[in-house]
Design a protein around this ligand. Sequence first.
Ligand code: GLY
Ligand code: MN
Ligand code: MN
Length: 430
Amino acid sequence: MRHLHIDAKLFIKNRERLKASLKPGSLTIANANDILPTNADGSLTMQANSDLFYLSGIEQEESVLALFPDHPDETMREILFLREPNEHLKVWEGHKHSKEQAISISGIRNIKWLDSFPTILHQLMCDADHVYLNSNEHKRAVVEVETRDARFIQNLKARYPLHQYHRLARIMHALRAVKSEVEMQLLKKAISVTKSGFERVAKATRQGVNEFELEAEFIHEFTRNRCKFAYNPIIAGGENSCILHYNQNDQALKNGELLLIDVGANYANYNADLTRTIPVSGRFSKRQRDVYEAVLRVQKASIAGAVVGKLHKDWFKESQEMMNQELLNLGLIDQKDITDQKPSEPACRKYFMHGLGHVLGLDVHDVGLMHEPFAPGWVLTVEPGIYIPKEGFGVRLENNILVTENGPIDLMADIAIEPDEIEALMARRK
Ligand code: GLY
Ligand code: MN
Ligand code: MN
C-alpha cells in the first residue's frame, strides 16, 4: 500500500454503523473489484472497491467480506476471505496479505482463504433470512461490463432463490455521505498534496511549456507524497479550457492564454478535487480578470450558501441566479435572455452548462443522497465556471468544503485563489 497504515478502528466503526441499518438475520457480502482487461494480456491497475474498503480497509483483489452481525456463532459474524499467498504468487505478483496483516488492517479476527468461501457461504446462507448485496447505483454510472458484484448476485440468487435480497448500495450511500473525523484527516491529506502539486505547477507554467509537462509535475509531486491521481487531470490551455472533460493534455501553452487545471490527489482512496485557472504569462488581462472575479464571487457565495438543511437543487438554482447577474454585467447575456428563460433552461446555461458541485469522498463523484438536505459531515465540491469559446477561454474555480452545524468550512481556503494571490504565486517563478 502506498498510504500509511490506518488505524483499524475506522473500519470497525464503519461496520458498526452498517450493522445498525440491517434487518435481523442479515448476511451482507461485499466483493473486491475485478481487475479489468484491456488488450492482449494487459489490464488496468486494480482500483479498490470503495464499499469493501470502507467496511474493511482491504484493497486486495478477489477479497470478499461477509458480515452476519447477529449470527449465533460469534466467529461467523465477521469473516474476511482472501487469496492465499503462495510461492508462485510471490514470484509473479509479489506480496499478498497474511492473515495477521489482514487482521491488523481490518480489525476482523476471522480471516479465511478463498478456497473455503463456497462451504462457509453455504453455511451462512442456511442461517440467513435477509441478504444485502452490492450494486453500482450511482445515478451517472454507465456500466456496460458485468461487474464482480453483478456476477455474484446472479449466481447467489440462482442458487438460493427463496431468500429476501436487499440493496446494500442504498445503505452505503447514506453511510458514506457523512464523513467521520478520521476520514476527514485522510481527505485533508489528499487536499494538502493537491495544494503542493498546484503550487509546483503554477511555478512551472510559462509560454512554450506543454500541458503534459505540467501533468508530469503533478505525477512527481503526488507520487512522492504517497498519492496518485484522483482522476485523469484536465490541464487545458487557451480554448481547451472550454472543453469540460478535456484530458488530452498535449498542447504547448502561449502567453495571453488562461490555463485551466482540474486535478486532485487521491490519498488512501480519498479524493481531492481542485480547479484553478491561471494566466500563462503570470498576469490576467482586464477581461480575463473580470470573468475570473465573476466566477469567484459566485463560488464564494455558493460556499457560504452550503448550509445544513439546504437542498442541492435550491443551492444550484441560487448559483444560477447569481450567474445570470454576473453574465449580464459581463455583457454575455441581456435582460431579455433572463426574462425569457425557461425554468429548465436558465439563461446562464449557455456559459455555465454544468452542475455547481457534487459530493466527494472515496469516489470523486461520490455516492450520497442527493435529494436529502445537506447534513453535517457532507463534503461537497463548489465549482462554478464561465466558458466563452468565442473569446478563447474558460474559467472554473473548484474548492472542497465540509458542511457543519456551524456553517461550511472551506477545506481549500489556503490554496491561492484571489487573482492577486495567483499573480503573486506566479511572480515567484524562476
Ligand atoms: N474533476 C471532476 C469534477 O470536477 O467533477
Ligand atoms: Mn474537478
Ligand atoms: Mn468536481
